[in-house]
Write a protein that binds this ligand. Sequence first.
Ligand SMILES: Cc1cc2nc3c(=O)[nH]c(=O)nc-3n(C[C@H](O)[C@H](O)[C@H](O)COP(=O)(O)OP(=O)(O)OC[C@H]3O[C@@H](n4cnc5c(N)ncnc54)[C@H](O)[C@@H]3O)c2cc1C
Length: 406
Amino acid sequence: MNRENFGIFKAVIIGAGASGLALAINLSKKYGGENIALIERLDRVGKKLLTTGNGQCNLTNFDCDLSHFHSKTNGFFNEIIEKYGKNAVVSFFEDLGIPIRFDGDKAYPLSKQASSVLDALRFKISSLKTKVLLSAKVIGLNRENGVYNIETDSGEKYMAESVIVAVGGSAQKHLGTDGGSYFLLENFGHKLTKVYPSIVQLKADVKRLKGLKGLKQKVKANALVNGKVVSQTCGDIMFTDYGLSGNVSFYLSSYFAGASACDMEIDFCPELNREELKTLLVKKQRNCSYLTVEHLLQGVMNGKIASAILKNSGVDLALPINSVNLDNVLEIVKNYRIKILGTLGFDTAQVTKGGIDVIDFNPKTLESKLSKNLYAVGEVLDVDGDCGGYNLTWAFSSAFAVSDAI
Ligand SMILES: Cc1cc2nc3c(=O)[nH]c(=O)nc-3n(C[C@H](O)[C@H](O)[C@H](O)COP(=O)(O)OP(=O)(O)OC[C@H]3O[C@@H](n4cnc5c(N)ncnc54)[C@H](O)[C@@H]3O)c2cc1C
């Protein structure tokens, strides 16, 4: 296949991930599938989508407050999220026959199967007769006489009036996103910001908390940067040999990316406030004077974690239960600080924080200010979201903005 076979496409989309697939549908509906090409380096489309939300695909979030989205250029995404946020995402999928249900604030397909979401996208694209080119990595993109020339690693060449770069970021190279495609935009003068792994496990100073590997606890936690609370969340924390995992760590990791002097402040008993917990412990000291301090928090939180944090804070576990100062115990249980030493890398991260600087893009249309009819969507741009469906929301919302603009 070469350029003569196809002529000039109305639009070529590079990358068949979440944003590329949504764009392919909307642009094919608008201009006819035969005029739209979707080029993917892997041997099938949407591989990453299958892994999202632990295979359940957390598509968006009921709480789409703008504070859940981040960029070096604060507020760049506001208009797009406000116009094409959760409602647009939900109705897009319901139109494809995928009913959306909220589990808490998180939106999933009713089936809770990411494969059903991908199938809905794939079958729609196939029905629209969009040209889909697989196992074709785009290695060259330039513009001559108002037309874009696109070249793949197997030497195929295509031409297009408009190009949309939907190549994702640097996280999870086995899913086609190794950070090696930013150059497609850099060649037009776009700049790459610093990039960091986000929604990722945390390296933390847990060496002295021995024997906790694999243990989980429901907690409330604050992210502290330079002693200031920058975010907070509730959920599970899991101890590992390198530090912390679990959805609390994933969520807060986005606030630690690139920052120094980071701590996590953990409330190991979020169900009870200080007073309630104190009342309960006073009663236990009174009724169970035959126990040692080691058993004070038994039944309140994971016993092994309780012993480790008390011991690490200098409490003697062997003393009689009523010899311990309860205010000291309350401080340890409700405000335990763990030093965060960094994050694991892009291999395990779900998302890239940072990307192509959005300063050179129109915030309504995502058209490049440096090259006409060139667009970028999704994670390739310096926009990321919190854990909870916000990154797919950005991928889809940005795609909807561009398909309306072209
Ligand atoms: C394990 C995991 C779980 C996640 N769970 C969730 C979740 O539940 N909810 C949520 O909101 N977000 C989740 N995310 C994040 C979300 O999946 C991404 O933010 C989103 O997929 C980004 O969409 P995108 O279209 O920008 O890029 P991607 O979906 O990454 O797609 C980019 C595509 O471009 C292709 N490509 C790259 N370079 C080229 C090239 N040169 N030529 C041709 N093709 C190319 C890639 O192969 C890839 O298919 C998760 C991510 C991971 C890894």
